[in-house]
Design a protein around this ligand. Sequence first.
Ligand code: TYD
Length: 202
Amino acid sequence: MFVTFEGPEGAGKSTAIRGLASALEANGHRVFVTREPGAGSFGTKIRALLLEEGDVVPEAELLLFLADRANHVETMIRPALAEGKIVLCDRHADSSVVYQGYARGVDIEFLKRGNAFATKGLKPDLTLLFDLDPSVGLSRISEGRDNNRLDREPLAFHQKVRDGFLDLASQEPARWVTLDATKAPDALCADALSEILSRLGR
Ligand code: TYD
């Protein structure tokens, strides 16, 4: 089962994924936790290029995310799924549609074709949207870890990101589940776990 986690900055995806991995493993499932951009040694190099300071045009930014995704899907995600693992992936193709498309203005249909090319058609079985007001998310991250180049975009950019995710979720309700990311971390993780377990049981 391929599960992706999407949402604005500071929504608590990484914390929830750690909790989910432990809970699923305790239930006897084998789990592979990963993220985009930045899985593996190739992904680590691309992540550094993407998140450090410097001018990069949206088209080049997109191609780097797609390069990371293509390598990640082929060398890590597909093999883990073939071994029967539950793959928990922190951001994936929908982040490109939203950040590079809805927020930066790259053509959405082109992005969808680019994603299909990079993933060779692999789509998540379930996408959990950790939804919250971007001003809340940004204030959370400014209190914590270092910000990256995308975190530092203006609030209007992050508002487009949130709206973009909500729009994608409404277009494909069978794949997406929207969670209230203002909840306490334990409650949010429990909501995510029950969505995954209910799909596994089907
Ligand atoms: P990261 O520190 O992993 O952010 P987060 O903890 O919020 O997931 O940084 C990844 C950044 O890259 C994040 O701002 C979202 C952005 N991004 C894109 O713009 N396009 C993409 O395709 C992906 C996967 C991420």
